[in-house]
Design a protein around this ligand. Structure first.
Ligand code: SF4
Ligand code: SF4
Ligand code: SF4
Length: 272
């Protein structure tokens, strides 16, 4: 039973967040929302422990589709980074601000870039592409993420500074346009560089929040050197080019680990 502690902890954490927000904001939706996400993640982790080959895909689809289709398209909440800036500027702790606080700013202190491996609706589509293992080393163009980060902030700031009318409507269409752009760029780069996660490595603005926070992540993959035979299989399958054999927090691409467990699955010595 000990091996199931992780799904239980994740469920408890999400229920605690849901109950707290339900009671403090007097809105039952938060209980439903975080219970659904917590159950989906706990189910995915349970399947992962049971070695189900599609465990990660199951939770990616359950959470990703819920956020994209239900929260974004049906409920009209901009859940992208522009939505986060929008609610921040209006001074309201709602929708995207809560989502960012839990999944992308404070959550990574506990579960690192787990969002990227198990819940992101952009990666949910990119992971269907055939280039799961990058065809070459990383390119030194990670600085692009800071430009897209600044552009998203500037976009919303300009809307507020110019007192644009129908802000809610603009944010809804910005969510649709933003997602179409993300998918188009993400798929094009994946095909061009034969790397499903090229968009995540170089373009995604959200990583500006997640990378520094996930440096301190409680949950991380480490290597038991006494078992490792240095076969290098784990390094070859990693979609994010993480030097998982180095246990230090400063390891190469350490803040890029999405906890996908591909390295753990392939290790012949169960050293990870
Ligand atoms: S890096 Fe960005 S696009 Fe990629 S999985 Fe994470 S949040 Fe999604
Ligand atoms: S393969 Fe291992 S080191 Fe690489 S991202 Fe997945 S869990 Fe992290
Ligand atoms: S796959 Fe396992 S044994 Fe091989 S290098 Fe990685 S940790 Fe070591």
């Amino acid at each position: 039973m000990k091996k199931y502690w992780m799904p239980v902890i994740m469920l408890v954490v999400f229920e605690a967040v849901g109950i707290t927000l339900w009671l403090t904001k007097d809105n039952l939706f938060y209980l439903f929302n975080f219970s659904y996400i917590g159950c989906s993640i706990a189910l995915g982790l349970f399947l992962l422990i049971r070695k189900h080959p599609q465990a990660r895909r199951v939770v990616q689809l359950l959470v990703g589709l819920y956020m994209l289709v239900y929260l974004g398209l049906i409920s009209g909440e901009n859940m992208q980074i522009e939505g986060f800036w929008y609610y921040l500027f209006t001074g309201v702790f709602e929708a995207a601000t809560i989502h960012y606080a839990v999944a992308k700013i404070f959550g990574p202190l506990l579960f690192g870039r787990g969002w990227c491996g198990y819940a992101c609706w952009t990666a949910m589509v990119l992971d269907f592409l055939p280039y799961k293992i990058p065809s070459g080393p990383r390119k030194k163009i990670g600085w692009i993420r800071y430009l897209t980060f600044a552009a998203s902030l500037a976009f919303v700031a300009i809307l507020f500074l110019t007192h644009a009318a129908n802000l809610e409507r603009i944010m809804f269409w910005a969510f649709i346009a933003g997602n179409v752009l993300y998918y188009a760029v993400g798929i094009a780069l994946a095909i061009l560089w034969k790397d499903n996660r090229a968009f995540c490595k170089y373009i995604c603005p959200v990583t500006v929040f997640m990378k520094p926070m996930s440096y301190f992540s409680l949950v991380r993959i480490t290597c038991d050197k006494s078992k490792c035979v240095s076969c290098g299989k784990c390094l070859r399958v990693c979609p994010m080019n993480v030097d998982v054999l180095d246990n230090s927090r400063k390891r190469q691409n350490g803040t890029e680990c999405i906890l996908c467990m591909e390295c753990v699955k392939i290790c012949p010595k169960k050293a990870l």
